[in-house]
Design a protein around this ligand. Structure first.
Ligand SMILES: *Cc1c(COP(=O)(O)O)cnc(C)c1O
Length: 349
């Protein structure tokens, strides 16, 4: 039998956490109505309303690309534009799905330090052209935690909200790792979302211990009008909805979602602390959630890959991304650090 060991390639390399699996099994009892008219879906939606301390509209889709692109499409008409960070998943990893789902909305690329869209950059994109030949900015999309593993603090969200209000822009949050942000900042979900202006949040499940499935949460309920039709048309409506919704109960009960995320964050800190001590390995970004980015000589990477380790290098040849998840273990972290130390030593560092 192949031995499967935890990797650092992505937090979606992990399986289901035990609580999710248990909730899935509980939902497997008998016949229930399909397409979301079941008790599980109703119950989980209420749990989200409690968690966010707010009446909101909740939908469940299969994946993050579907969640983001359909949520963004519901904020805009085809001649509008959406301001995103140049490194955002929506721009670089969704194969044009937001543009496709919205019938042609253009993504406008902003920037800012550490993967975070700055208020100045948003302001610049909105004000540089206001004539009708330019796609009219209508929404901002923020990723929390960011693609660089950093976090928008509540005051940073408040600053972006101010710019959004001034220019009449909606705010969407790609929360594929929203749980990691809540755990790291020890901040109420409401303060990282609607209390700081987020209109719609895509709350990630797959990287937090689900098999699959993301929740799309509209705090601005008006924007959720007919969203279920959008899901259906885009093939994102599950007929056996209970198997996407019920597992969330496993995460939400007893704050397993937070515990899973806090564990992943802690692992990332351990990993970073160990790697940082090795000569020739340098941290590229501060570790704030569950990602570690390091600059690592290509020869060292090759030696690690030869030993079976997996990781991505999409920010340049030497830039390695290491992700931790709910199931990362301290023993695998120690092994990775020790293998890296050995490979770096052999490289003469
Ligand atoms: C993983 C991820 C998603 C979701 O991707 P899917 O593969 O479509 O589920 C969305 N945004 C970010 C930032 C991600 O890392």
């Amino acid at each position: 039998m192949v031995k499967h060991q935890e990797q650092f390639a992505s937090d979606n390399s992990s399986g289901m956490c035990p609580e999710v699996l248990e909730a899935m099994l509980l939902a497997n009892e008998g016949d229930v109505p399909s397409y979301g008219d079941d008790v599980w879906t109703a119950q989980v939606s209420d749990r989200f309303r409690e968690l966010f301390e707010r009446d909101c509209e909740v939908f469940f889709v299969f994946n993050g690309t579907g969640a983001n692109s359909l949520a963004l499409a519901s904020l805009c008409r085809s001649f509008h534009s959406i301001i995103v960070h140049e490194t955002s998943h929506a721009e670089t990893d969704e194969c044009g799905a937001p543009e496709y789902a919205s019938n042609g909305c253009k993504l406008l690329l902003g920037n800012g330090e550490m993967g975070k869209l700055s208020p100045e950059s948003i302001h610049h994109l909105v004000t540089k052209r206001t004539d009708l030949h330019y796609p009219k900015p209508k929404a901002i999309s923020l990723t929390q935690s960011t693609e660089m593993g950093t976090l928008y603090k509540p005051d940073e969200l408040a600053n972006i909200h101010e710019v959004a209000r001034k220019h009449n822009l909606y705010i969407h949050m790609d929360g594929a790792r929203f749980a990691n942000a809540c755990a790291a900042l020890e901040t109420a979900p409401a303060d990282l979302s609607w209390r700081n202006g987020i209109d719609v949040l895509c709350f990630g499940g797959s990287k937090n211990g689900m098999a699959l499935g993301e929740a799309v949460i509209f705090f601005n309920k008006r924007l959720a009008e007919d969203f279920e039709y959008r899901c259906k048309q885009a093939s994102q409506l599950a007929s056996k909805m209970r198997f996407i919704s019920a597992p969330w109960l496993g995460l939400l009960e007893n704050d397993i979602w937070l515990k899973n995320a806090a564990h992943a964050n802690k692992c990332a800190h351990e990993l970073a602390a160990g790697l940082d001590k090795i000569k020739g390995i340098d941290l590229l970004f501060p570790v704030e959630a569950n990602a570690v980015f390091v600059e690592m000589p290509v020869k060292v990477q090759e030696a690690l890959r030869a030993k079976g380790w997996r990781f991505y290098t999409f920010i340049g040849e030497g830039g390695v991304r290491l992700m931790c998840s709910w199931c990362t273990t301290m023993s695998r972290i120690k092994e990775f650090i020790s293998d890296t130390r050995e490979a770096a030593m052999n490289e003469g560092n």
